[in-house]
Design a protein around this ligand. Structure first.
Ligand SMILES: Nc1ncnc2c1ncn2[C@@H]1O[C@H](COP(=O)(O)OP(=O)(O)O)[C@@H](O)[C@H]1O
Ligand code: SF4
Ligand SMILES: [Mg+2]
Length: 330
């Protein structure tokens, strides 16, 4: 079995706002193996981004990691100093966001930015760094890299800008890459190109990937294992094909039912009800107000994540009493 690269246990990240404490990530646990592609999926507001920001220790104020453990290569990142974290960010763990502009500096040319990142993390001369910059821009499929590296981020199209952002993230050869909805703002053809690129790079560089998305179609293509989040908690963890064929958590079933199929593109279904308020979340199972299978216990007791088959975890009181529909049954 592959070694564990990242191990998150009981992580809590809360936002201390004037309106109250937003329990955005509230006791989540999962791990990631070396070289694995893991999906982190859930509706908007379920805590996906905050989870990634927590691992990198860049949670914005008024957010704070209040509990848990984040082990990366067997070292607890929550015990590191800010200086140590700066070294890890970019060189070992990198992130790309939905909006590529957020990771690029508008006042420097693309080439300068990449070169600076490379030089900050590797002991290379300016000339070598420049050569590496061109190489990496070619790797991410930027045509005419040698000329285009002299341009500024705003001179690039959305798809090309995301390629540059990926190049920046990869410039230091990270062992772990978080891709947070990296294609949400791109049109469908460009989306496919960027996803293919990520897949290729992952294979080539042997890094681990955490693919964050609310799109079950993307997750099916890009991952081998999935963590389903709902309102700051883990509902289910399983291998991708298993989760799609035999979901065990009612929320996963609802997510699968909401996937627009090719023949039904026009009738995109959504999960009825709203994501709960995370200042005063529902008692017991946080999904109970929207769950078709809820019983009285669901309102009272928090379901714990249990391993029901090898590698398949679920947090639901009712999993033994219900038969859920997988991807093909809708
Ligand atoms: N800066 C912030 N202040 C207060 N609440 C926040 C902040 N950032 C995120 N949250 C809250 O944390 C929860 C999870 O957010 P997020 O991780 O961004 O969700 P996702 O990425 O799954 O869409 C949301 O309810 C959101 O409102
Ligand atoms: S614990 Fe109850 S409310 Fe929660 S998902 Fe399971 S059946 Fe539904
Ligand atoms: Mg997000």
């Amino acid at each position: 079995m592959a070694e564990t690269l990242l191990n998150i246990e009981g992580l809590k990240t809360h936002f201390f706002t004037e309106a109250g404490i937003v329990k955005a990530v509230d006791g989540i646990s999962f791990n990631l193996k070396k070289g694995e592609s893991l999906g982190l999926v859930g509706e908007s507001g379920s805590g996906k981004t905050v989870t990634a920001l927590s691992v990198l220790r860049i949670v914005p104020k008024p957010g704070k990691i209040t509990d848990g453990k984040i082990e990366f290569n067997d070292e607890n990142l929550l015990k590191k100093t800010e200086k140590e974290m700066q070294k890890i960010r970019g060189s070992k763990i990198a992130i790309i966001f939905q909006d590529p502009s957020s990771s690029l500096n508008p006042v420097y040319t693309v080439g300068t930015q990449l070169r600076d990142v490379i030089m900050a993390h590797q002991t290379v001369s300016k000339t070598e760094a420049r050569k590496k910059t061109i190489e990496i821009l070619e790797v991410v499929g930027l045509p005419d890299a040698e000329t285009r590296m002299r341009e500024y981020p705003h001179q690039f199209s959305g798809g090309m800008k995301q390629r540059v952002a990926i190049a920046r993230a990869l410039a230091c050869e990270p062992t772990l890459l978080f891709a947070d909805e990296p294609t949400t703002n791109l049109d469908v053809t460009i989306q496919a190109q960027v996803l293919n690129l990520l897949n290729d790079l992952k294979k080539k560089l042997g890094m681990s990937l955490v693919m964050i998305t609310h799109d079950m179609g993307i997750i099916a293509e890009m991952t081998t294992r999935i963590v389903v989040l709902y309102a700051g908690r883990v509902c289910e963890i399983a291998e991708t094909h298993d989760l799609f064929e035999r979901p065990r958590h009612p929320y996963t079933e609802a997510l699968l039912a909401a996937v627009p199929r090719l023949d039904m593109r026009k009738t995109l279904r959504v999960i009825p009800g709203n994501i709960p308020n995370l200042i005063e979340p529902p008692s017991g199972c946080r999904f109970h107000p929207r769950c078709n299978y809820a019983k009285q216990t669901c309102k009272e007791d928090i379901p714990v994540l249990e391993e029901i088959e090898s590698g398949h975890f679920v947090a639901c009181h009712e999993w033994q009493n219900i038969t859920l529909k997988g991807e093909r049954s809708h």
